[in-house]
Write a protein that binds this ligand. Structure first.
Ligand SMILES: [Zn+2]
Length: 140
């Protein structure tokens, strides 16, 4: 994925995850497999920017294997192109530090879909798998 020309262009722009860092120094190392997010929040942010850039491979690999449905890739392929992501706001988080094995991140993500402005308010649960943070599911 590193040689994908669009990723090179993107790497000089602000990261969509809202960190106010450039993409190259923020979520890109995670997306190309050069680093792993140290906290659940960083994984959550990197998944948001992966949705933004439609990096389906990353969305699949950052999902916990226990909940990775066989058709996850196809399901994501179908929806990622309909969504134009606008912003990410982290509301709260619990645990999910480098020392934890589980963590939760509550966030609000805004996007356009079918010419409609929408908001996704989710409590995501994360769990470590082989020492790396993975997305598990959303809880209410
Ligand atoms: Zn980022």
């Amino acid at each position: 994925m590193e040689d994908e020309p669009m990723l090179k262009i993107r790497s000089r722009t602000d990261c969509p995850c809202g960190s106010e860092e450039i993409y190259h120094d923020c979520c890109r190392p995670y997306h190309i497999g050069k680093a792993s997010p140290a906290t659940a929040e960083l994984l959550m942010r990197s998944r948001y920017s992966a949705f933004f850039f439609r990096l389906v491979d990353y969305l699949v690999s950052s999902t916990h294997p226990d909940v990775r449905e066989k058709n996850l890739r196809e399901a994501l392929d179908e929806v990622v192109h309909d969504m134009l992501w606008r912003s990410l706001h982290i509301v709260s988080k619990s645990k999910g530090t480098a020392e934890d094995k589980k963590g939760k991140v509550e966030f609000i993500a805004q996007y356009h879909c079918d010419d409609e402005f929408r908001e996704l308010h989710e409590n995501s649960r994360f769990r470590k798998y082989k020492g790396q943070w993975k997305y598990v599911d959303e809880k209410g």
